[in-house]
Write a protein of this length. Structure first.
Length: 165
């Protein structure tokens, strides 16, 4: 019998959809007008900015925070067995569908904080998305949500040197 996803999983899906919609809008806007003027960004205000325009950040925004979150929603509920996806799962006792949204939340917090470090604080939206990433992390770590992605534990006993066989 298939286990029903807890409410926390639906909350996480909603967070991922909202993140995706904002990132798709922002990413496409930056790709369409890499000067950033569509989004009222002025390149001249970013003295330490590592890019000549906003094209590369727009593509990264679109892919990492626009497309990837949408691709993670279906696996949240179906928990498919995809060995390639599991290869990057460092939490082997959890299904990769739990791990990847956690990674995404961590990357979002790191991205925004790195951005503030590089170009400084210049808009409240940076703080909003930093806390948004934290919300994704917190929801991933809620006990019912974590239990939904638990895998059966298999013991592989590891003998230390000098232990009896």
């Amino acid at each position: 019998m298939k286990q029903k996803a807890p409410p926390e999983t639906y909350l996480l899906a909603a967070l991922l959809i909202f993140l995706s919609l904002g990132a798709i809008y922002g990413g496409i806007s930056l790709i369409d007008d890499s000067s950033g003027e569509n989004l009222k960004l002025k390149l001249a205000e970013y003295a330490d900015y590592p890019f000549k325009d906003f094209l590369i950040p727009g593509v990264m925004l679109l892919i990492i925070f626009g497309i990837i979150p949408l691709l993670l929603i279906y696996p949240l509920f179906t928990k498919p067995k995809i060995s390639m996806a599991n290869a990057f799962n460092i939490y082997k006792r959890r299904h990769w569908a739990w791990t990847y949204p956690l990674y995404l939340g961590i990357i979002l917090v790191a991205w925004v904080n790195f951005q503030m470090l590089m170009i400084g604080y210049n808009n409240y939206i940076q703080i909003v998305y930093s806390f948004y990433g934290l919300m994704i992390i917190v929801v991933c770590l809620l006990p019912k949500h974590m239990r939904f992605y638990s895998r059966p534990h298999t013991h592989h006993s590891v003998k230390l040197p000098g232990e009896n066989e």
